[in-house]
Write a protein that binds this ligand. Structure first.
Ligand SMILES: *Cc1c(COP(=O)(O)O)cnc(C)c1O
Ligand SMILES: [Zn+2]
Length: 566
């Protein structure tokens, strides 16, 4: 049957033939086992073999624990795009920043990888009932795939899961059981429930579920292949073996928001396998980001412990990440990180994640659920602390967006009401419309001049101001133009670069101050230059704010501009 897969015990090393129904080692009974394949044989032809295959999760089927590699339940899972994050990269000073957009899976989260492979394996094994506990997204994803496979699903959801997500689970015909308790308690109830059912019921065992872990590793395969297409093959001097550089490239960092830790364990296994097959020659550092209110792995990592102390009552609004007790998964994950490229565990607040949602939506066009935003907040924190270097190649997993933007994210005042007076509208519809419109658009917006010789930098500032306020914007690409613009348009504020050819920012400030008409224009200097003390003295008292390029986020600049143009 599954002759290409072996289940190797992590405790005693026993190798058993793999079948989905057997969940423990035949020698020692341990449930901690991992799939192994004949890497040597596969490596000989794999890069040739995948050439004409679709770019989806089934692309590397020799390395998956299923027999059918075109299953009827497939809905186009995996093969998600790797997006360059230009604006966020500019703001953080990290030009080699990429986003793996896992929202583009069938139920909008990376759990579809896990569900598609696992449910295929269950179907092949003739299993007709499944039980799982979930913080939301696993249940949504498994619901969709079990529905297609004709498998009954019981989903135990902690009451923290937003009602919208629970309804999404229910619509697929899954039996939802709402457990008014923590996720860890819901898991225990699910285990108990499954043990009471007739056999033939499959219990999802998280990282110990071989198909689920195997599914997550495909993220690593895809990242390496996509990064190679985007950047090119590694050059000899980038390789550990300059004589013989590998065909594919790896990032320096893989960053993910973490709850139970399935994602990073799987991704690390994927990179390890690519390395074993000689397709890459190094494994990225992994950054696992948790919310402060539920960060058992971060605490254990920082205390240098190889076992995590459970958090009994998680304090976070981000239910998706509310695994208080990671159990042995943390231990396995830490071991994997330490024997590979290293990495770190870091925590951020819910508020930092909410802020990241705004930044990514407004500056990159990527809306996401709070759980995913935790990874981006972690990225910001690590760049600012210097753990991530500006030259590093970084891939952040945008894990999902399974529900519309939650109420608490936007706050009040995000829309303006336009009501047409019915009478006027009937007589003279246009007049009514225009007078109503004039009420929502005042005659004069603050006028802002953006001065920078780099088009990308001007675009970034323009986008920040456009997305977070109402301004009349002007642009100039050199000092001379800036001075002429200031005299003609009399802006309220100028966002000014210092390093420009011919007439630099210092000279622009001199010219503005020398002319009565322009002397009172507020000036925000945005510069990539490390200022000397002499230069600092030249700016002192003559500008309003100094901001360093690559070290501010969109909301910081827009807050500054808003307060100066009040
Ligand atoms: C499950 C999930 C996570 C956490 O992933 P793990 O690897 O299981 O810890 C993060 N973000 C989203 C959107 C998720 O659904
Ligand atoms: Zn064993």
């Amino acid at each position: 049957m599954y002759i290409h897969v072996t289940a190797e015990c992590l405790d005693c090393g026993q190798r058993d033939p793999y079948t989905p129904k057997v969940i423990a080692c035949s020698k020692c009974g341990s449930g901690w086992r991992e799939a192994r394949y004949d890497y040597q044989a596969i490596s000989k032809t794999i890069l040739e073999d995948i050439r004409n295959r679709p770019f989806d999760i089934w692309r590397f089927y020799e390395l998956l624990p299923v027999q059918d590699h075109h299953p009827a339940i497939s809905m186009g899972e995996g093969g998600t795009p790797l997006l360059r994050a230009t604006s966020l990269g500019l703001m953080l000073g990290c030009p080699n920043l990429y986003i793996k957009d896992e929202r583009q899976n069938p139920t909008n989260s990376f759990k579809d990888r896990q569900a598609s492979i696992t449910v295929t394996a269950l179907k092949e094994a003739g299993i007709t009932e499944t039980v799982l506990a979930s913080t939301g997204n696993v249940a949504i994803s498994y619901s969709a795939y079990t529905s297609r496979a004709g498998i009954k699903l019981w989903a135990f959801l902690t009451s923290l899961v937003p009602a919208e997500k629970m309804r999404e689970v229910a619509i697929y015909g899954t039996q939802v059981i709402k457990v008014t308790a923590s996720y860890d308690q819901a898991k225990k109830v699910a285990v108990e429930f499954a043990s009471q059912r007739e056999h033939g019921t499959y219990l999802d065992r998280g990282v110990r579920s071989i198909p689920a872990l195997e599914a997550m590793k495909t993220i690593a395969y895809e990242i390496a292949e996509q990064l190679t297409s985007a950047v090119g093959k590694p050059t000899p001097d980038e390789s550990t073996d300059p004589e013989n550089p590998p065909p594919w490239r790896t990032p320096d960092w893989y960053i993910q928001a973490v709850s139970g830790g399935m994602g990073p364990v799987g991704v690390l296994k994927g990179f390890e396998e690519l390395k074993e097959m000689g397709i890459i020659d190094r494994i990225p550092a992994v950054a696992c980001i948790q919310t402060e209110g539920c960060a058992p792995m971060v605490h254990a990592w920082k205390a240098n412990l190889d076992e995590a102390e459970p958090v009994l009552s998680p304090r976070t609004n981000i239910a998706t990440l509310a695994t208080g007790d990671p159990g042995r998964t943390y231990t396995e994950l830490r071991k994997r990180m330490l024997r590979n490229g290293g990495g770190t565990f870091e925590s951020v607040t819910d508020e930092e994640a909410f802020r990241a949602i705004h930044v990514l939506a407004k500056m990159e066009g990527l809306s996401m659920e709070p759980a995913s935003a935790v990874a981006f907040a972690g990225l910001v924190k690590m760049v600012r602390s210097g753990q991530i270097k500006p030259s590093d190649t970084i891939v952040v997993n945008l894990t999902g967006h399974t529900l519309p933007v939650e109420k608490m994210i936007l706050g009040e005042g995000w829309a303006r009401n336009l009501e047409l007076p019915t009478q006027v509208a009937e007589d003279k519809p246009e007049e009514g419309l225009l007078s109503a419109l004039s009420r929502i658009s005042p005659e004069r917006y603050p006028r802002i001049a953006i001065v920078d010789d780099h088009p990308d930098a001007r675009r970034l500032v323009r986008r920040i101001l456009q997305s977070q306020g109402e301004y009349t914007l002007f642009e100039a690409e050199n000092g001379k133009e800036a001075v002429a613009l200031a005299q003609k348009e009399l802006p309220d504020l100028m966002v000014l670069d210092l390093m420009m050819p011919e007439m630099d920012g210092f000279a622009v400030i001199d010219a503005l101050k020398a002319n009565e008409a322009t002397a009172s224009i507020s000036v925000v200097v945005v510069t990539a230059k490390e200022l000397t003390s002499d230069e600092e003295a030249r700016l002192k008292g003559r500008i309003d704010t100094l901001m360093q390029k690559g070290e501010f986020l969109s909301d910081e600049l827009s807050d500054e501009v808003r307060s100066l143009t009040k």
